[in-house]
Design a protein around this ligand. Sequence first.
Ligand code: KG4
Ligand code: ZN
Length: 363
Amino acid sequence: MMAKETLVLGIESSCDECSATVVRHQSGVPVEVLSLATYSQIGLHRPYGGVVPEIASRNHLETVNHMIDQALTEAGVSTAEVDVIAVTNRPGLAGALLVGISAAKAMAYALNKPLIPVHHLEGHASSIFLKGSNLLQPDQLPLPLLVAIVSGGHTNLYTFKTLPELWPPDLLKRSLVGRSRDDAAGEAFDKTAKTLGFPYPGGVWIDKTAKSGNPEVFKLPRALPQKATLDFSFSGLKTAVVLETQKLKAAGTLEERLPDLCASIQEAIVDALLTKIYLAIRMHGCRALAVVGGVAANSRLRERLQAEWAAYGLKHEPIFPKLEYCSDNAAMVGAAGAFRYRQGQFIRGTDLLTLNAIPNPEV
Ligand code: KG4
Ligand code: ZN
């Protein structure tokens, strides 16, 4: 007998994207995205060179109901037909998280639906199970799976030993094997881009500008190359780029050297990521690799992994989410919610009223 299908309303408001979705899940993978409505606040924060928390939460408040309405309308699903509501409740900006959580709580309580609090990073990890990734069949996912979450806030390596419907409640805590000691990879892209004068967020500008550059021109540091650790560090790179930029500005050649400098920065970040990914695969006997989060959209990272994965001892090419599910979105939260729902991990009734934001969970 076919498992009953579940319709999940997902909400994400942890940082600067206000996003709602309806996803459909039968069992196993993939999860189908029926609708996805996202308002990106990037333009609002750009004049400040980064996300301003107060502006983020106020804007979420103005936007969240519209995104939910749009997601339901586009999916052709009524509130009564929704089986479960999933919302990011950790980690993130406290005020921003609270807006999504309050909307989700109000709906779940009023409609008497189950509510699932989702860890943002479990959301990113779930993005490879959304239709449109290059994961075609679950049997392409021999375990353990190494999951590299590379975003603006995190650079974390996890080894997952089960498929999502069996993920333990403390999945992230028990499977973390490496993390950045300072800046995240996305932050390294954004901060060095800012030094070069690109608008926020600069990752995509470095990616574009690097296309006509030579990555070997500037010798930039790759931190923590020693064998034993799976941790990352990007602060040395940031300093090196500040110094290099000062020299080029003094010589009046920054403009013409930008492509080479961008290509060299990108190569340094990608090298650092690949060195530890490769080491993690060997140290933990991983048989598959997934790369998720905003930086998973980087063209050089994808290109190099495409060229090198067989040498890592993997049987299948690395799994990437569809481009639109790399950066923050509610669809990944809906998918994570669907998997947790299958395991009966939800709250409802008066219990759900106590759900709160956890800006900085332990893991
Ligand atoms: O996952 P995400 O949307 O937000 C967080 O959870 O942090 O990731 C955003 C990050 C930003 O740092 C952005 O610059 C970076 O992803 N990013 C990229 C590219 N596209 C987005 N970095 C490098 N190359 C790209 N093409
Ligand atoms: Zn994210």
